[in-house]
Design a protein around this ligand. Structure first.
Ligand SMILES: NC(=O)c1ccc[n+]([C@@H]2O[C@H](COP(=O)([O-])OP(=O)(O)OC[C@H]3O[C@@H](n4cnc5c(N)ncnc54)[C@H](OP(=O)(O)O)[C@@H]3O)[C@@H](O)[C@H]2O)c1
Length: 167
């Protein structure tokens, strides 16, 4: 799982629940403890070249939830033979070195919303397996603090604003 944020932490929970050996790839070494608590085997620091090199060709699937524009190459190189890099965000135009796909017959994919049926099935699965988002509840009056912390990547892993203070 690349990017341990709102989507990423839920994706880790689901992957672990489905029995997948799961690792987190993150620019934030401080999230290593969270990764293990979520059930991942460990955290690969994306800015540490030796850790990325050690993980080369290792994963059948890399789900990329990184919310900022970035080079897909380092993540494609972590994908195993015949594996897939699935990017879930909105990157805009990207350049891909096709050798990163050709060598290892790798696939690049994406996935938007699954639609109502798939969403209903996903929610049912989460209900049955106790999968919920980790949230921090704040009164709505602290919305600016939440926005400021979001910019600093300081949320584990979603803010929920309690609007009852507006009554
Ligand atoms: N396909 C869909 O149906 C769907 C649905 C909802 C959202 N999305 C998209 O999915 C993406 C993730 O959404 P989210 O809500 O999970 O975002 P988020 O909570 O902000 O998490 C994104 C994570 O990406 C990493 N990241 C952020 N900026 C980075 C940078 N400059 N360089 C490297 N890593 C960076 C951080 O993880 P680390 O600290 O671990 O590196 C961050 O926690 C967004 O692009 C969003 O638009 C897609």
């Amino acid at each position: 799982m690349a990017g341990l944020g709102g989507l990423g932490h839920l994706a880790v929970k689901m992957a672990v629940s489905l029995g997948a050996d799961t690792s987190v790839i993150s620019r934030s070494p401080g999230k290593a403890g969270d990764a293990r608590e979520l059930g991942a085997q460990g955290l690969i620091v994306s800015t540490a070249p030796e850790q990325m090199a050690d993980a080369r060709d290792r994963f059948d699937v890399v789900i990329d939830t990184i919310s900022a524009p970035h080079d897909l190459g380092p993540y494609l190189r972590l994908v195993a033979m015949d594996g897939t890099l699935s990017h879930l965000g909105h990157l805009g135009p990207v350049t891909v070195e096709t050798t990163d796909l050709l060598v290892g017959r790798k696939k690049l994919s994406s996935a938007g919303s699954g639609g109502r049926l798939a969403t209903a099935a996903m929610l049912e699965y989460c209900g049955e397996h106790g999968i919920t988002a980790d949230i921090e509840l704040l009164p709505s009056t602290r919305v600016n603090e939440a926005l400021d912390r979001l910019r600093r990547n300081d949320v584990r892993y979603r803010f929920v604003l309690d609007m009852s203070d507006l009554d």
